[in-house]
Design a protein around this ligand. Sequence first.
Ligand SMILES: Cc1ncc(COP(=O)(O)O)c(C=O)c1O
Length: 437
Amino acid sequence: MYKKYVHGLKTLVPIENGIKVPYINFDNAATTPPLVSVMKRINDFSHFYSSIHRGTGYKSVISSLCYDNSRNIVLDFVKADPNHHVAIFVKNTTEAINKLSYRLKNEIKDGIVLSTYMEHHSNDLPWRYKYKVDYVEVDEKGRLSLDHLEYLLKKYKGKVKLVTVTGASNVTGYINPIHRIARLAHKYGSKIMVDGAQLVPHHPVNLKPIGHPEHIDYIAFSAHKMYAPFGIGVLIAPKSTFEEGYSENIGGGTVDIVTPKEVIWAPAPEKEEAGTPNIFGVVALVESIKLFNKLGMECISNYERDLTRYTLERLKEVPNIIIYDDGDIKNKVSIISFNIQGLHHGFVAAALSMEAGIGVRNGCFCAQPYIQKLLNISQEDMAAYKSNRQLPRPGAVRISYGIYNSFDEVNILVELLKHIGNNIEYYNKKYKSLAFY
Ligand SMILES: Cc1ncc(COP(=O)(O)O)c(C=O)c1O
């Protein structure tokens, strides 16, 4: 529906018979192509690009204004409060969460962080190695258990300092009820951090006013999943988070006064952004936010949901398919993971690429504990994978949509999957030699 807004969609790619076909990108959860307007803006802005903050030349002033004004645009996009919150520019969601995990060391100290079994490794490992972490369970379909969350909050009797949870799963697309989770977390004296990598590009997000029991304290997201792939990510947090101490990265740009013996740090955000910032990345993100605002996140979310609903319906025609989905389409972003019984996920992904020019992702999607739960992988199986690293690993195939994907593209996918599902022997033989594990 929104094809005209996205750059590079006319690219043809070769498939196995040598013919070139239009590339079908169903891997938007990993990264998205840039918008046409983003590419234009990058080009236009390049004529004014210059050093920021300490330059007094005309181009420096323009560049500084673009960079500084962008913060309020980004804050407004998720309805953060500019009096309370600050937007820190980093590389991506992973860096944002690592930064936060470092900067909360005084707040959390020897308290507990609750993560979940649904998380991307980027919202698990940064906490795991700094704090005592416990994990909220998921049910057999992979939905987060709020009962278990409350059980843990009660069990730790006020010691939980942070609940850190994904806004939407990058494996199943399940949207978590972040405001209900926030209410629970706050009730038991904890704060909440939302990994917004998969939610912010596909669904309206509103952090809610400060003081509201459902308010979100921290959020992180990546521009490269928002049609602005120029190396920028965002951490939004209360300004107070950065008052004490200093950043994990220090150097130029982070200080007010430096003498041989003393450092007086600049306030956030400068204090948290060491070195020359990624101005092009920020300019690109602002341009993509402009389009999100013009189209409306509700409309985007509805369109992608229609596409997902249609896909789920049509996938029922595919023999031997297992879909990791609980049918609650209202609480899901446009991500579907599946397997074809009897075929390695790598073979399916390779077949989609080589036979129809369809780009998907396969494997565990940096969410191994979640995949282990969804696929019911036993401890014994895990022990076998650990002792023999050559064993083909478990996983799934993932399709994920963006604003520009179409129903016609879904039809091409389904027809090929039907063929694959009906000819498992053939595909096993054909792709085994390619060893796409
Ligand atoms: C839910 C989730 N969190 C975090 C990340 C990490 O994002 P990035 O690679 O942009 O740091 C991803 C990436 O796919 C993700 O899907």
